[in-house]
Design a protein. Sequence first.
Length: 252
Amino acid sequence: MPSGRAAVVTGAGRGIGLAIAQALVEDGYAVVGGSRTVTEQLAKITADAVQVDLGAADGPARLVQHALDRHGRLDLLVNNVAGTANPAGGFGELDDDAWLHTVNLTLMAAVRATRAALPSLLEHRGAIVNISSVNARLPQPRLIAQSAAKAALTNLGKSLAEEYGARGLRVNTIAPGPVWTDLWAAPGGPGDMLAERAGAEREQLPAVLGMSTGRFTEPREIADLVVFLASGKVGNMSGSEIVLDGGMMKTA
Ligand SMILES: NC(=O)c1ccc[n+]([C@@H]2O[C@H](COP(=O)([O-])OP(=O)(O)OC[C@H]3O[C@@H](n4cnc5c(N)ncnc54)[C@H](OP(=O)(O)O)[C@@H]3O)[C@@H](O)[C@H]2O)c1
C-alpha cells in the first residue's frame, strides 16, 4: 500500500477546490478530490477524482472511504465545499429548504467528512483546513444563510482544534474575501449584479468591495495558504483563522 501523504479535498471540481487539489498534488500529496461534477481539469490532475453528492448524508464519508481504500491513510482534509441557496435573496426570501441546503453543504458536509477522517488523521498526526469566509464575521443580508453557516464552520474548527490538539491534530480555518471564481465571474452572476447595483463597471468591483489591494484574490493564493497550513512548518499553529481578503475587512 502506498505510504505517501494523502489528502481529501471537498468541492474540488473547479474554483478554489480545484486550485487546492492542484497545489497539493504539486506538493507531493495523493489527492482525492470529490465533486458533484468531475471536471476534465480535476480528472487531469488526479486519478482519484470522485463523483459524489456531498450534500447526501453518506456522501462525505464515502469520499473519505475512497481515500482510505486507495491510499490506506489520510494526512489532510480540506473542507472546501459550501452551499449558497438563493444568494440574491434576503431573510424574507429564504424558507426552511434554502436554510437547510446551505447549512447541510457548508457545515454538515464538513462535520461528516471530519467524523469519517478523524481516526486516520489522528493516527498520522494530520491536519484539517476549513475554507470558511469573511462572511463568518461580516454578515451579509444577501448571504444571510451562508454567513450564519460559515460562522458555524469557523466555530467548529476552533472546537476541533481544542478537543484534538493534544493528540497532534492541527485544525485551521481560512476566511477568504472575494476570490475570482465562477461565483463572481459568471455572466449575469453576483459580480454583475453587484456592479449594477453600485452603478459601477466590473473592473471597479474590488474598490466597490473595499479591497485595498485593488484586486480579487486568486484561487491559487488560497491554495498556497492551504499547502502552508498543511505543511506543519509552523507546527504550533492550530485553532487559527487566517483572513485572506485583500484588505477588505477594516477592523484592527
Ligand atoms: N469565491 C469566493 O469569492 C469565495 C469567498 C469566500 C469563501 N469562499 C468559499 O470557498 C469555497 C469554494 O468556493 P468556489 O467559489 O471555489 O466555489 P465554486 O466555484 O462554486 O465551486 C464549488 C465546487 O463544489 C462542488 N459542489 C457544489 N455542490 C456540491 C455537492 N452537493 N456535492 C459535491 N460537490 C459539490 C461544485 O461542483 P459543480 O461543478 O457540480 O457545481 C464545484 O466543484 C466555498 O466554501 C466558498 O464558500 C469562496
